[in-house]
Design a protein around this ligand. Structure first.
Ligand code: IFM
Length: 455
């Protein structure tokens, strides 16, 4: 058996993308509630107001997960549902929803893996400066304390942030995601520093308050670089490209800018130099706070960045994708080797056990005349990626789990409901759920701990 004993097979979602009930039971506003009201921000003017109505249908959804044999479900908590103003008074009904959801999952034999922050930042905190506010990391720690006190008697697997490069890069630098800002790079790096501090303080808070032994990581995403061949020179060039910050790299897609502070307690020297006067004001002790021991590194991987070979001087040189490279409905390249080289390079550098906290694709799914949803491309895609991940494990990477994105079709941020990522089809007008062919296939993969991938 190539996947280790105890390997976790799951599927993932996020609060704003599935819950709906955006204005119910005392929930406060999030930056996404507000961004969706902005003309032209979201495809067809859609929003997560109803989404998959998971808030009301969670029992049905957990029953489906059980039927599919999921061992774990990665969910996120909506911060403004729990703390409507981001800080201060707790909303008991909001907390109660997660309490019931966790109980339902455990009763079904499914381990909840909880992400504290998957982008739905309380709008009131945004109005107070959001991640730019010097107290923003403390707000996150205080919110973490509330959630830990409520759930850590049952939840043992935690992630702090989901894809911080996205909520800062797309949300504060490019303005394509909520809250839709286009800040200068110095402010972007300052917000990044506060988000990193928030991560560190959340880990400290969880460890201090947890009522059971726990496992903590984050769900990170960043560029995955793949070598053009197995030649050592190409592999070295790709590794270099994956962790080097170039003077032109004034964006959030730099692995070492995020992960070196977390794992090594320092910012990378090349980035510090490249960003010049824009580097953040780091106070004494900040990096120690950020550098908390983690139990795993969660990574969300969908595709690779350009392939890299060693140029004449050994330096990284991009190799264009072949004409006709396969793409998903979202127009993301289908590049299974990303699930080999991403985990391998990250593991070699940071030495943390790896969990793929998201992987999947958007397809043009619809209900066929026979009433089923046939999605052979999702099966083929997932099979190829999982085989690559398995190979990483065989080559020494400590692989601990895999979460498919997503359990349900859901609200895909600026793309609205256009992109369907689910193992389960959602008919939005009726809220009917139909497991796709891939869901039944994944069930077999889980039941055989991956052996089904070789049939
Ligand atoms: O839907 C998103 C998710 O919220 C974060 N990771 C990527 C997914 C697909 O775009």
């Amino acid at each position: 058996m190539s996947f280790p004993k105890g390997f976790i097979w799951g599927a993932a979602s996020a609060s704003y993308q599935v819950e709906g009930a955006a204005f119910e039971d005392g929930k406060g506003l999030s930056v996404w509630d507000m961004f969706c009201r902005k003309e032209g921000a979201i495809w067809n003017g859609q929003s997560g107001e109803v989404a998959c109505d998971h808030y009301h249908r969670y029992r049905e959804d957990v029953a489906l997960m059980k039927e599919l044999g999921l061992q774990a479900y990665r969910l996120s908590i909506s911060w403004p549902r729990v703390l409507p103003h981001g800080t201060g008074a707790v909303n008991p009904k909001g907390l109660d929803f997660y309490d019931r959801l966790v109980d339902e999952l455990l009763a079904a034999g499914i381990e909840p893996w909880v992400t504290l922050f998957h982008w739905d930042h309380p709008y009131d905190l945004y109005c107070r400066g959001g991640w730019l506010n010097p107290y923003s990391s403390d707000w996150f720690a205080d919110y973490t304390a509330v959630v830990a006190d409520a759930l850590s008697d049952r939840v043992t697997h935690w992630m702090t942030h989901n894809e911080p490069a996205c909520f800062i890069g797309l949300g504060l630098q490019d303005g394509r995601h909520a809250p839709g800002d286009k800040l200068g790079f110095g402010q972007v790096l300052w917000a990044t520093h506060n988000a990193l501090l928030g991560h560190g303080k959340a880990v400290q808070t969880l460890r201090a308050r947890a009522r059971r032994p726990l496992q903590i990581g984050l769900a990170y995403n960043g560029p995955v670089v793949v070598p053009a061949s197995d030649r050592p020179a190409d592999v070295e060039a790709a590794r270099l490209a994956m962790f080097t910050i170039l003077p032109t790299g004034r964006h959030m897609w730099n692995n070492s800018w995020w992960l070196d502070p977390i794992f090594f307690g320092r910012y990378p020297a090349d980035g510090w130099q490249a960003f010049g006067a824009d580097v953040p004001p780091v106070k004494d002790g900040d990096l120690k706070t950020i550098n908390q021991p983690l139990d795993f590194l969660g990574v969300n991987i969908y595709y690779q960045d350009p392939t890299i070979r060693a140029g004449a001087d050994g330096r990284p040189e991009p190799v264009p994708f072949p004409v006709g490279t396969a793409q998903t409905a979202f127009k993301w390249n289908v590049t299974p080797d990303a699930l080999y080289w991403g985990p391998r390079f990250l593991y070699e550098r940071y030495k943390a056990p790896m969990v793929i906290t998201e992987n999947g694709l958007s397809c043009m799914d619809w209900v066929a005349l026979d009433g089923h949803v046939h999605d052979p491309q999702r099966i083929d895609f997932t099979q190829r990626y999982l085989l690559a991940y398995e190979r990483a494990g065989q080559d020494g990477v400590d692989i601990r789990g895999y979460f498919h994105w997503s359990i349900l079709d859901n609200f895909e941020w600026s793309e609205g409901y256009k992109e369907r990522f689910g193992l389960v089809y959602v008919n939005y007008p009726t809220q009917q759920r139909i497991p796709k062919d891939s869901a039944y296939w994944y069930k077999q993969v889980i039941a055989t701990n991956g052996a089904r991938l070789h049939e």
